[in-house]
Ligand binder design. Structure first.
Ligand code: IDP
Ligand code: MG
Length: 148
């Protein structure tokens, strides 16, 4: 089973879209195994987005992601990483297909509502940045026999 780190970014919280976004992921059949609201500080933001350091949008990205609280969620399911990337849509909401989170709710690349891990390996690193082992719950759900 894959795990993925999803961030409901500050723009989604400010626009009161958090519930709708989490609901889409939950309805798909993905299992919520950890969740918290937090205000990212600069240090965490720079570590989470370390791969983008030096790019022209990096400073704006760090300042945006630390501008207001966000919700971090860990979702689990078969192919969760790939499924969530598909459900998020392309990075630029203007190019993202309708039916995706970014395609349905966003306009600007710097305000694209969600983060989702791009590989199972990166998911593990990202989950460790946001959650301790005690904050992650791997429980059974009866309904999973109707999803798989
Ligand atoms: P992703 O979120 O779809 O994985 P990445 O390329 O990993 O996209 O970029 C991380 C985040 O940085 C994006 O979600 C977006 O918020 C921001 N970003 C990426 N490219 C640009 C850009 O060209 N201009 C402004 N912000 C960008
Ligand atoms: Mg990325």
């Amino acid at each position: 089973m894959d795990r993925s780190l999803v961030l409901i970014k500050p723009d989604a919280i400010q626009r009161a879209l958090a519930g709708q976004i989490i609901s889409r992921l939950e309805r798909k059949g993905l299992k919520i195994i950890a969740m918290k609201i937090l205000h990212m500080d600069k240090d965490l933001a720079q570590r989470h987005y370390a791969i983008h350091k030096g790019k022209p949008f990096f400073d704006d990205l760090v300042s945006f992601i630390t501008s207001s609280p966000l919700i971090a969620v860990v979702l689990q399911g078969e192919n969760a990483v790939q499924i969530i990337r598909q459900m998020m849509g392309e990075t630029d909401p203007a190019k993202a297909s309708s039916g995706t989170i970014r395609g349905d709710f966003g306009i600007d690349i710097g305000r694209n509502l969600v983060h989702g891990s791009d590989s199972p390996e990166n998911a593990r690193t990202e989950i460790d940045l946001f959650f301790s082992a005690e904050e992650i719950f791997d429980y059974d759900r009866e309904l999973d026999t109707w999803i798989y």
